[in-house]
Every structure is written in C-alpha cells, then in structure tokens.
Design a protein around this ligand. Structure first.
Ligand code: SAM
Length: 345
C-alpha cells in the first residue's frame, strides 16, 4: 500500500530507528481495540484498567514504570494562562555544547511537551537526533529531566521551562548573546495543545502568527511540522494559521496527504464534529453568530479567506509512530485525532 511506503519514507528522513522498527500506530490501535473490547457493561474493567493500559503502552515504548519511583512532580496545575505577566519573558537558550553530546545532530522540537514521555520514547528510537521539549509548567520539566537522566538520555534530550509561543525565537535563533542551535531543526511537533475553547481566549493558544514566522525562519527546506489535536476546531485553527501566515514557507506533505491513497486521510470539519463544543463556546460568549466552517475560519478577521489545505484531509495514522501522553489517552477512549504534516519548502 502506498501509505506504508510514504510512512517509511518520512520515517527514514527522521532516522533509521523508526523505519526499521515499524511498530506502527495500526498495531497500537488494534491492541487498544482488543483490550477495550474485553469489557462489557456487566463486566466493567477493573479500576486499574486504564493505568495498566498506560503502563503497558509506555513500557512498550521503552519507558518502564521503574522510572517513576521516588520522583513526583508534586502539585501540578492543570492549566496555565500563557498571557500572565510573568510568562511574558522569553526563555533563554541553554549552552548547547554543555547540553547535548553532539550538537551537530538534527533537532526534534516538541512544543508543549507535557510530561515528556513522547520525546523520551522517540529518543530511544532515534539516537540520530537531539530532542528539545518546551513546556510552560515548571514542575513538569524538572521531573521530565530527571526521567531523561534515569534513562541515560540526558545528553540527547532536554526539557526546558518556557512559554513556547514567545520563546522559540530566543532559544533557537538567538540573535546576539549565544549562538543558535548548531544543527538542523528537522521536526517540530505541536501535539494536543490546550484548546482554550472560548473565542476570547484564542490568544492563549500556543500557535500564533509570530511562532509560525519564527519556525519559517529557523527551519530549512525539508524540515517538517507535525500538528495534531483531538479537538477538530483546534486542529483546523493550527492548520489554517500555518497556511495563512506561513503558506509561502510551508506546504502540506504531499506524500502523506495523498488523497488518492485510500485510507490515508479522512475528512471532518468543526461544523459537523464539534457543534456541541461550539454551542457551548457561543453560549459562554453570549454570541449568537453562526459557527466557523472547516475552510472559512477567519470571520474574526472580517474576510472570506479559504483554506486550500483543507483538501488534504486529516492523516488517519500518526506517521511518527510514537504516541504522546494525550494520544495514548485518546486512543484508549476511541476518540478521533486530527493530524497534518507540513513540510518547509
Ligand atoms: C494537553 S497538553 C498535551 C501535552 C503533550 N503534547 C501530549 O500530547 O500529551 C498541552 C501542554 O502544553 C503546555 N502548554 C500550554 N501552553 C504552552 C505554551 N505557551 N508554551 C509551552 N507549553 C505550553 C501545557 O502546560 C500542557 O502540558
């Protein structure tokens, strides 16, 4: 099937480990389905079912439960408002030479990395790359770095406390004080960002025009941006913003969004999938205007801009083949995920 060829191709560009060990999302999904189908209403799963599933899933991805022993992040706030005054100071870059054992390796940047398991799992499959996770909640970062050390990955993986929306430029493209990251930025992942549903809170979303312009600036042709969310409206917003503000620099990855390959992509729009969410949002805002549609997403801006990328659909599978924490949760609950892969022109 062409789709497999495409995945292998993209995997090759991200490192040999992925293409040789193809433990794809399909088998992952099959396993979840099989696990979930054993429970019925009369025979509910034990309380630990989900934890057990998560544990097994991460163990399969090289993250053993031993890792957590004695390390707690303490009390972690569920959500942070990135517009809070003290979060308006861009984070500074680390000393790259003191951080990574080989700074010439290409970089994978995970924006809003959460607890970091995605990069820790990916690093084990891709020793060819360095990994940088940016996360706005401090306690989470401290523990993620401790996990990296326990896994002996601390010379390949770094988690930094940062408001990524305003810090990517200073961290990776430092104009004066310290040198920029020496290697290529090969893959940028923005996965399941906080949705900030209310219209008045859209400015809190991680993907903003300045972030897109920075990525366009620091990435070289062939670099990839992977976007995914379980909220179709958020996925659309990310995709549309990249198209609107970075459309000259980025394009949909045609290999993956090849609409002639059956089963490769699917179509869903916010107008059909998240009507309930939107109604909630509109009620909250006392706003009775009609909801946005998948390709006309800029009524706020007062124009009729239309997405061309909408035609590329959403990727059925995760081409990176390593799930994030949120993704594991979603798959265990059979929730759809909306994904696009972009390429720097
Ligand atoms: C829903 S979680 C998803 C985490 C992870 N990407 C995953 O897929 O499992 C979103 C994460 O983004 C972080 N976050 C939100 N805004 C951020 C920002 N401006 N900069 C960096 N991290 C941010 C949140 O603290 C949270 O950990």
């Amino acid at each position: 099937m062409r789709a497999h060829v495409s995945f292998a191709r993209i995997s090759r560009s991200l490192g040999p480990q992925i293409s040789t060990k193809r433990r794809g999302m399909s088998s992952f999904i099959r396993k979840v389905t099989a696990t979930a189908s054993t429970s019925t209403a009369d025979n509910p799963p034990p309380a630990s079912h989900f934890e057990q599933f998560m544990g097994e899933e991460w163990e399969r991805n090289g993250i053993n439960s031993e890792l957590y022993r004695g390390l707690s992040a303490g009390r972690v706030r569920q959500h942070v408002n990135p517009l809070t005054t003290h979060l308006q100071v861009p984070a500074q870059p680390p000393d790259w030479n003191a951080t990574f054992s080989d700074t010439s390796k290409p970089l994978v940047l995970d924006i809003g990395c959460g607890y970091g398991r995605f990069l820790l799992a990916l690093a084990q499959r891709m020793p060819t790359h360095n990994m940088l996770g940016l996360e706005i909640r401090d306690p989470v970062i401290e523990r993620a770095n401790a996990w990296a050390e326990r896994l002996q990955l601390h010379k390949q993986v770094l988690f930094l406390s940062a408001n990524a929306t305003i810090s990517v430029e200073t961290i990776l493209n430092t104009p004066s004080s310290s040198p920029p990251y020496p290697g290529l930025i090969d893959l940028v992942a923005i996965q399941f960002p906080d949705p900030h549903f209310k219209k008045k809170h859209k400015k809190r979303r991680t993907v903003q025009p300045n972030l897109i312009l920075t990525l366009a600036n620091i990435m070289k042709p062939g670099g990839r941006v992977f976007l995914q969310s379980d909220v179709v409206e958020v996925a659309e917003d990310m995709r549309n913003q990249f198209e609107r503000h970075g459309g000259d620099a980025f394009t949909l990855c045609h290999e993956l969004h090849n609409t002639t390959d059956e089963g490769c992509v699917f179509y869903q729009s916010s107008s059909s999938a998240s009507r309930e969410q939107q109604e909630e949002e509109e009620t909250d805002d006392n706003n009775n205007s009609s909801s946005s549609s998948s390709n006309k997403n800029n009524k706020d801006d007062g124009d009729e801009w239309q997405s061309q990328w909408v035609g590329g659909g959403w990727l059925v599978r995760n081409p990176i083949e390593v799930p994030t924490e949120r993704e594991v949760l979603n798959i265990s609950q059979h929730k759809p995920v909306y994904r696009v892969m972009l390429v720097r022109n």
